[in-house]
Design a protein around this ligand. Structure first.
Ligand SMILES: [Zn+2]
Length: 115
């Protein structure tokens, strides 16, 4: 069954919380002894994150967070699921794979070729 926009919004909100906590962890150079992160939402992503804390990852997290937040704002605007380039509807399966997608598959492909 395809996901509803409500479910996708919830997914994005979870991603936002997750990314924010990852970024705040990565941002603090000093580790607080005795205070673990076990209370954080544990998922596969945070384990990967534990293994590689570097600038590249941090930048990538930040970019992903921006994408997620941009997507969340679209719920307020009522433009979620609409391609930013052609104004067409983005397929729900694509949104399920990438809830923060900004473009439909066709425009994404076109933009990637152009780049
Ligand atoms: Zn498009």
């Amino acid at each position: 069954m395809p996901m509803t926009y409500d479910e996708l919004q919830k997914l994005l909100q979870e991603q936002e919380a997750n990314l924010t906590s990852q970024l705040s962890t990565i941002g603090s150079e000093v580790r607080e002894d005795g205070v673990g992160y076990s209370n954080h939402m544990a998922d596969a992503g945070s384990e990967v994150f534990e293994q590689a804390r570097d600038v590249g990852l941090r930048q990538q997290l930040r970019r992903t967070l921006e994408d997620v937040q941009r997507a969340l704002r679209k719920f307020d605007d009522g433009t979620y699921g609409i391609c930013e380039s052609c104004g067409g509807i983005i397929d729900v399966p694509r949104l399920e794979a990438l809830p923060s997608a900004r473009y439909c598959v066709r425009c994404q492909t076109r933009l990637e070729i152009k780049r």
